[in-house]
Design a protein around this ligand. Structure first.
Ligand code: SF4
Length: 518
């Protein structure tokens, strides 16, 4: 007799009502403003399919994540988000490491008008969370970089659209599914740590297309994606993306949530099996190319000021640990309108920054001066470009420590007390789930409560404070390696000293400027 596999609770819940189908209930509750009447299954689970999370401490406020494929925005879209931020989100939002924007402090009543505003300008939060294909990440300079291998900007949008327009086709995956595509030579879009990562390839005969890694992901059990050793032609990329997602939907594990990500299936079955299944779904064979293994990726989000292939310029603006105000957003939208050209002329980066695109040479100086005047200087301490932070205990139910505010304080202190001429990625993360990618950072900090010996809290119990484990040694690229813990339970109030010691040691000991932090 065949064994019946027991599925986890969330699977039962999805079977009872698909997350995609919760929209009508969500809108009805928003119209009625009846938070307390929303079922626990909807409010704690299915709302995520529309980007809506309960905000800590679960007493009536929500976080909303807005999808932005490859971080590509136009001024009108950013203005609309600024308006929502000002009106509903207490005036600030966060850029995430998946190039989305997250708003906080939303009430049940706010959700409907926010959705309507987003829909009116062609944006959505559909599948921003939940067991679905999440926001696709991409190179922020896709389409404009002088030496890019392939322009992936439209492919990112096309893949995202295919997933969203499929409605219930991909709305019940075993777990979240993180896509990535990019075509720059640095492979800055982190193809190794996504469920799939298409990366740009130029062959000896001059043909351009993509290589493909499948089965990467971080969280508490990190895996690098495995190369499928295929050359994917540009015209095949959307159907291959859908086939990888369908493989996960149909073959992924649904028993234990902790083993449900695609990375576990690919690790168990291997790249050849994975590729065979993808080709079976496609109905044709992909072109084999043994040379297409791990690409030589590095950390970058192309900050600074540089020339584009069309002669215009891009101008990067670091946003301190990804948190910006509605005023910052309107300033950036206005300046992009005034000095830029092109459609998607604002890009969000995976290091939580912003880049202006398509600035004619004659406007670069005017733009940088205006940015200085509005408190968004494009040239800053190099750590400001590359220090990232997840949401942490301020709003996240899974966090064990606070991150955003400490990251801001630490950054300011390091700016005053260290000198470094290269951006090194420092990641503040509130729990092992790795939303800010501590395992691949140059210096990864993962939150952990620390007991202070001999001290008691107000209840007479051992005093616990926020602390961090410190990881070093991570590298992306051809021989990828995750960071390893080199110090445990460093008190949060001392973490700036640990970071300074590491930065100073690097600057003192490196042989030349080409010697990376790793
Ligand atoms: Fe929350 Fe943990 Fe993700 Fe930080 S890493 S946002 S604490 S789930």
């Amino acid at each position: 007799m065949a064994t019946v596999k027991r599925v986890n609770k969330v699977e039962e819940l999805k079977k009872a009502k698909d997350g995609y189908d919760v929209l009508k209930d969500l809108i009805a509750h928003s119209e009625a403003g009846d938070y307390d009447a929303i079922s626990e299954d909807d409010v704690a689970n299915r709302f995520k399919w529309w980007g809506v999370y309960r905000q800590k401490p679960n007493v009536g406020h929500f976080m909303l994540r807005i999808k932005i494929p490859g971080g590509q925005l136009n001024p009108a879209e950013l203005n609309a988000i600024a308006e929502l931020t000002d009106k509903y989100a207490r005036g600030f939002g966060d850029i995430t490491t998946r190039q989305t924007i997250q708003l906080h402090w939303l009430t049940t009543e706010d959700l409907k008008p926010i959705f309507e505003k987003l829909w009116a300008i062609g944006m959505t939060s559909q599948f921003a969370c939940g067991d679905v294909p999440r926001n696709i990440v991409g190179c922020p300079l896709a389409g404009v970089l002088e030496d890019e291998i392939i322009d992936s900007a439209q492919h990112a949008v096309d893949i995202q659209n295919a997933f969203v327009e499929g409605k219930t086709e991909f709305s019940n995956l075993p777990r979240k599914f993180k896509p990535s595509i990019g075509g720059c030579k640095l492979h800055c879009h982190q193809p190794q740590i996504n469920d799939f990562g298409f990366y740009g390839v130029k062959r000896e005969n001059g043909e351009v297309g993509y290589g493909l890694l499948v089965g990467g992901g971080l969280s508490s059990t990190p895996h690098y994606g495995q190369p499928l050793r295929v050359f994917v032609k540009p015209e095949q990329v959307v159907e291959v993306a859908k086939a990888v997602c369908a493989l996960f939907r149909d073959h992924g594990y649904r028993e234990k949530r902790t083993r449900a990500r695609l990375k576990f299936l690919v690790a168990d079955q291997g790249w050849q099996w994975t590729r065979d299944k993808v080709e079976e779904i496609l109905g044709y064979k992909l072109e084999h190319d043994d040379s297409l293994q791990h690409p030589p990726a590095v950390h970058s989000d192309h900050m600074g000021i540089g020339k584009q292939k069309d002669g215009n310029y891009y101008v990067g603006v670091p946003i301190e640990r990804g948190r910006w105000t509605a005023k910052n957003m309107t300033d950036i939208a206005r300046l992009a309108e005034q000095y830029g050209e092109g459609e998607k002329r604002i890009r969000l980066t995976s290091k939580q920054n912003v880049i202006f695109l398509d600035i004619p040479e004659a406007n670069v100086e005017k733009l940088t001066k205006e940015l200085d005047n509005v408190g968004l200087p494009p040239v800053a301490h190099s750590l400001r470009d590359s220090l990232v932070s997840c949401t942490g205990s301020e709003f996240c139910n899974l966090a064990v420590v606070e991150t955003k505010h400490r990251a801001g304080r630490v950054l300011k202190w390091l700016e005053e007390n260290t000198e470094i001429d290269v951006p090194i990625m420092i990641s503040f993360t509130g729990c092992p789930n790795a939303c800010s990618q501590y395992q691949i950072a140059d210096i990864g900090l993962t939150g952990i409560p620390v007991v202070i010996k001999g001290e008691k809290d107000e209840n007479g119990k051992p005093l616990k404070v926020d602390g961090y484990n410190v990881l070093l040694g991570a590298t992306l690229g051809e021989t990828p390696q995750f960071g390893e813990v080199i110090a445990k339970k460093v008190e949060g109030d001392k973490i700036h000293l640990a970071l300074k010691a590491l930065v100073d040691a690097y600057m003192a000991d490196r042989v030349d400027e080409d010697e990376t932090f790793k």
